[in-house]
Design a protein around this ligand. Sequence first.
Ligand code: ADP
Ligand code: MG
Length: 339
Amino acid sequence: MSEIKVLSKEVSELIAAGEVIDRPASIIKELLENAIDAGANVITVEIKNGGRTYIRVTDNGKGISKEDLPTAFLRHATSKISVKNDLDSIMTLGFRGEALASICAVSKVDVLTKRPEEDYGTHYVIEGAVEKTCEECGCPDGTTFVVRDIFYNVPARLKFLKKDVSEGNFAADLVTKLTLSHPEISFKFIRDNKVEILTAGDGKIYSAVYSVYGRDFANSMLEVDYTWQGMHITGFTVKPLSAKPNRRFQNFFVNKRYVKSRACAAALEEAYRNLLMTGKFPACVLYIDIPPNTIDVNVHPTKIEVRFSDEKLMHEAVFFAVKNSLMKNDRPNEMHLEN
Ligand code: ADP
Ligand code: MG
């Protein structure tokens, strides 16, 4: 009698979903990235009970046709890449075709979507990966996803969620990062019927920072604009006297994707060495533009960790970009370190 069996689709889907979706904030991340990839310039996120019972993401992007909707929820179904070589030149936030499949495996999803060129939209309902409704309806251009009762069918996962307020804070942090990554998009974040974040979407980094971190932070910023070896680093870092009590305010965006990078964080701290009191940490909002073939975003299903083909070069670029701004601040009338 054989001992080894291929898992049923239901079980393997739940395992795969667990890699992408571990809490309400990961659903919000995926839905927001899809909205951004769809070309939206107005995006609203609403959550209730930390996102545990209710998440809504509404965008005014290109919408999904009725014909494509069921396919969009299949694993490895994407409109963003098609052949192997496309993996070397990824400019969209998504490309793995896993998010919608993962989300619908562990929650109850309602979609209302309409493409601007079509007369009717579609209402689609899918629960635990089982399609319930797919019918024509009238609705505005763009897409609304409502995701209810995350992990209703995976009690083990549900148990590991933190209190609603903590889950809501994870969601708010995530929206903050995406807001900063795309200052040209107007974001609204509503938590339990209260608007917490509202950005103008005027394309100015300063106004996005002002909206999410407040006036004091925005006014303590030093501009960064540095070009080196095919990399362009722009954005802001803060005056040493305005350093923060933790690392939460360190933001790195590579090709408009929020990333966690040890190389970038270490370079930032090195640039501030000897300028900060103990217990203080630098803050920044830095946009790093590099050729897409010098970065591998396909390291982890959530794509938040990336690998640079030359980590040392990246470290040096961030270090000099930040150091340069700090020196200009220190000695505004003197010569400064040039590119
Ligand atoms: P990926 O983003 O990696 O392509 P997803 O599972 O997140 O995979 O989405 C599957 C497909 O559904 C996308 O490639 C896109 O074509 C479509 N899609 C998802 N969300 C939206 C949206 N908000 N607006 C338009 N199309 C969308
Ligand atoms: Mg996606």
